[in-house]
Design a protein around this ligand. Structure first.
Ligand code: FFO
Ligand code: ATP
Length: 184
């Protein structure tokens, strides 16, 4: 399957989750995230501002006010720069994605304790299909910070069903939701 087709199929599945399925999945991902950061003592975390049908990341920012979350700003030449975001801070939109304002404190990605990488589809080696900008392929190149992706089970592929390109780089850990299924 080509990346574009898989991206489209996966996004459609995510958009079609029921409210309660999404809620259960997000609660479970939040709990797995909490276990990870408490175990490792992470304080400075690179995340992203999830836009539907992505993960509702604002819930994380609200739940863990003690964590300094850094969100990407889109820079020239498809680079990202990570700036501090605290709940209530002003945001501005770029390509429809809210991002911190330029004056918010920033840092080098290698100073983060953890980077949460967005994406659409994932496989067991950690390779991902994103929105096609190549932004995170550039960040992952030469990155020393640990990387994790938090995904809905609809984003998981038991086997890679797409071709890798030479610039594709994997994330170190993929955390998949283990939502409770409510039977009626
Ligand atoms: N929530 C969230 N934020 C994120 C990402 C993400 O996947 N999710 N990104 C993950 O990478 C970066 C932004 N990714 C983007 C990927 C594609 C386009 C894009 O296609 N934009 C234009 C064309 C731009 C151009 O040609 O220069 C478009 O919409 O037509 C924009 C941003 C950083 N922030
Ligand atoms: N390290 C790099 N240097 C230069 N160009 C790159 C690099 N990595 C990726 N690209 C370019 O970025 C484009 C998009 O790559 P790809 O389709 O893998 O993006 P993606 O992983 O889906 O998106 P994202 O990383 O933004 O979530 C490709 O056309 C590729 O040429």
């Amino acid at each position: 399957m080509d990346k574009a087709e898989l991206r489209q199929n996966t996004l459609t599945q995510l958009a079609n989750l029921t409210g309660s399925e999404r809620e259960a999945a997000e609660l479970n991902l939040m709990n797995q995230f909490e276990t990870l950061i408490k175990q490792r003592g992470y304080r400075k975390i690179g995340f992203y501002y999830g836009k539907f049908p992505e993960l509702t990341t604002t819930k994380f920012f609200e739940k863990f006010p003690e964590i300094d979350f850094y969100l990407p700003r889109i820079m020239p030449k498809r680079q990202l720069r990570f700036h501090l975001y605290k709940v209530g801070d002003s945001l501005e939109e770029e390509w429809g994605i809210p991002q911190p304002i330029e004056s918010a404190p920033d840092l080098d990605v290698n100073e983060l304790d953890l980077l949460i990488v967005p994406g659409v589809a994932f496989e067991p080696a950690g390779y991902r299909v994103g929105f096609g900008g190549g932004y995170y392929d550039r960040v992952l190149k030469d990155l020393k910070t640990p990387t994790v992706s938090l995904i809905f089970k609809e984003q998981w592929n038991q086997q890679r069903v797409w071709e890798l390109n030479e610039f594709d780089l994997p994330v170190q850990q993929v955390i998949i939701d283990q939502r409770e299924t409510i039977s009626e």
